[in-house]
Design a protein around this ligand. Structure first.
Ligand code: NI
Length: 169
């Protein structure tokens, strides 16, 4: 089932998500919904809080559904390694219409669990590294705009507030 995607300003997007404890049928359905919702929105990643569920789960696919084997699901992720630096244009399904250049490590290794509760390790470089870290941020209650500073951050926040005030958000 495709679920509505929450936007910047929704409380759950700005709060830390809780660890998953039960690896059950309900979790499986939630993950299926997240995958469908991500692909329907042509996204490359989606974290559970973006559909209003405050658990530490994200799905990612840097090919956005164009390749069959790039779909990644990580539950209760932890950063094991991070190195290098990259600066690229970044957006978010919870901030539609906004992008900016964000600094991120160029390589990351995460540990976590798959939907069956088996431990997994995921390594990403370049775009995948960016997506993995963007989704990790969501689980910690932070959006890409929170990684910007000064005028570039204010510009986006002001425009979002204006859209909110005028009921267009
Ligand atoms: Ni996002």
């Amino acid at each position: 089932m495709i679920r509505p995607i929450l936007r910047h300003g929704a409380g759950i997007l700005h709060a830390e998500a809780s660890p998953v404890i039960a690896f059950d049928k309900e979790l499986e359905t939630l993950i299926e919904d997240m995958v469908q919702t991500m692909y329907a929105a042509s996204g490359v990643g989606l974290a559970a809080p973006q559909i209003g569920v405050g658990f530490r789960i994200f799905v990612a696919d840097p090919s956005s559904g164009h390749s069959l084997d790039e779909l990644i699901t990580v539950i209760n992720p932890k950063v094991l390694e991070q190195d290098g630096i990259q600066t690229e244009e970044e957006g978010c399904l919870s901030l539609p219409g906004f992008t900016d250049r964000v600094n991120r490590p160029s390589r990351v290794v995460l540990s976590g669990y798959d939907k069956d509760g088996s431990s997994i390790k995921v390594e990403g470089t370049d775009l995948l590294a960016r997506v993995l870290q963007h989704e990790m941020d969501h689980l910690n209650g932070s959006l890409f705009v929170d990684r910007l500073h000064g005028f570039r951050k204010q510009k986006i926040v002001r425009r979002v507030r204006k859209l909110q005030r005028t009921g267009k958000w």
